[in-house]
Design a protein around this ligand. Structure first.
Ligand code: HMG
Length: 395
């Protein structure tokens, strides 16, 4: 029996900005953003979406009624939680009508949360092969208008169903991890925007990648030659390029792995950072866009969460993997988005729900998503299922 990712769905906002427009507005050479950072477009999240609705909309794209009845664990990875106590997983479980005989909880460790969820789901399904676990990775990346981090914002959610005999990626249980108390990026309780030591964070990311990759090789005896592709947490695509360059340059695997890396960045380059979902959007990008990955090929995954935790693990492409079924719904979702001018983006950015108390009601008529945030009443978040069905659902 194998255990791994059986289904994977993605959702993001219907709005984006162009990095050339942002560069022009900020008086920066566009090539800094396009080449130096490696981002083309950036998702802008309206006030009617939050981590819960993004995740619910992502999960809605992959789950059947049978899945909803069979799921016995919902794990929600996020650092954009909607409550200091209650787990976002409980809201999604309710909105989607997932079985109440499920464990539902939230995991936080910056961009690493969903990876912890996947590892826990893997162990659970190994022990209980009939189980299905829903792992949600949902975040909104905010640094602030006119900051160096602004070009690395974004947002969205990836939903993954972890089962026995998966149809997308069979995990092989081989993993190496490392954690250390580091102040590279964090978000104090009173802030909506991250505090970041940007250049330091990129150095720590590379160091954690090199360290966990070495640990993985020592543990497994595998080398670059055993891999058909490597996928990375991509806060911005140049970050992953720096990491892969650090280990493949000058090796016989360089051409093959760098070519696959390109496929793994295509979706991230037009969405931006999803924090904990970024590695899994990159995996989705690789699997959907690579013209040569085939069943049995080994893929390495590097997960990094500031603070900091790194993990390198691996899996193989499943035997009945269907590339087109994965790709079409994502391409359609991204193609259907609307471009915002920079002033409109700034207005939308500032409209996000404040941390201070008080009732709020949003106009949800412009939001075509199935699940939306209506506002807040008596300190309760109000979510709506509009009943709109997601077109081009994943299979
Ligand atoms: P910056 O300081 O404005 O940028 O911010 P820079 O001056 O370092 O330039 C960036 C690159 O553009 C450089 O290339 C320049 O040479 C190049 P590099 O030396 O890096 O190869 N450049 C140009 N290229 C072409 N044409 C030009 C041009 N001009 C310059 N004309 C920084 C960059 C990433 C620091 C900033 O955006 C930031 O702070 N971002 C947020 C932090 C971040 O994403 N860190 C990543 C690692 S930590 C992580 O991944 C965890 C995270 O996801 C959070 C979590 O775990 O929850 C963030």
């Amino acid at each position: 029996m194998t255990v791994g990712i059986d289904k994977i769905g993605f959702f993001t906002s219907p709005y984006y900005i162009d990095m050339v427009d942002l560069a022009t507005a900020r008086n920066v050479d566009p090539n800094k953003y396009l080449i130096g950072i490696g981002q083309k477009l950036q998702a802008v999240i309206p006030e009617t979406q939050d981590a819960v609705t993004l995740a619910a909309n992502a999960a809605d794209r992959i789950l059947t009624s049978a899945d909803k009845a069979d799921i016995d664990m919902v794990i929600f990875g996020t650092e954009t939680g909607v409550d200091n106590s209650k787990a976002a997983a409980i809201y999604v479980q309710d909105l989607l009508g997932i079985s109440k005989r499920a464990r539902a909880f939230e995991i936080k460790q910056a961009c690493y949360g969903a990876t912890a969820g996947i590892q826990m789901a893997y162990d659970h399904v190994l022990l209980h092969p009939e189980s299905k676990v829903l792992v949600l990775a949902s975040d909104i990346a905010r640094y602030g208008l006119n900051t160096p981090g602004e070009v690395t914002q974004g947002g969205g959610a990836v939903a993954m169903l972890i089962t026995a005999n998966p149809r997308i990626l069979a995990l092989d249980g081989q993993s190496a991890f490392y954690s250390e108390n580091i102040m590279d990026f964090w978000r104090p309780l009173y802030r909506k925007e991250a505090v970041v030591d940007g250049h330091y964070s990129t150095d720590v990311y590379i160091e954690f990648f090199k360290r966990t990759w070495k640990q993985y090789q020592d543990k497994t005896g595998r080398s670059l030659a055993d891999f058909s592709a490597l996928a990375f947490h991509l806060p911005f695509t140049k970050m992953g390029l720096k990491a892969i360059d650090a280990v493949v340059q000058g090796t016989a695997s360089a051409t093959k792995l760098l070519r696959q890396f390109d496929f793994s960045t295509q979706y991230n380059a037009v969405v931006g950072n999803l924090y904990t979902g970024s590695l899994y959007l990159s995996l989705l990008s690789l699997l959907s866009n690579s013209d040569s990955l085939k069943p049995g090929d080994r893929v390495g995954l590097f997960s990094y969460g500031s603070g900091a935790q790194g993990e390198f693990y691996s899996g193989t492409v499943a035997k009945n993997f269907d590339r087109q079924a994965l790709k079409k719904p994502v391409d359609n979702l991204l193609d259907d988005r609307h471009k915002l001018s920079i002033p409109k983006y700034e207005k939308m950015y500032q409209a996000a729900m404040p941390i201070t108390s008080g009732d709020i009601t949003y106009d949800v008529t412009a939001d075509q998503s199935r699940y939306v945030l209506r506002g807040r009443a008596a300190d309760r978040l109000v979510y709506l299922d509009t009943g709109k069905s997601a077109e081009n659902k994943a299979q």
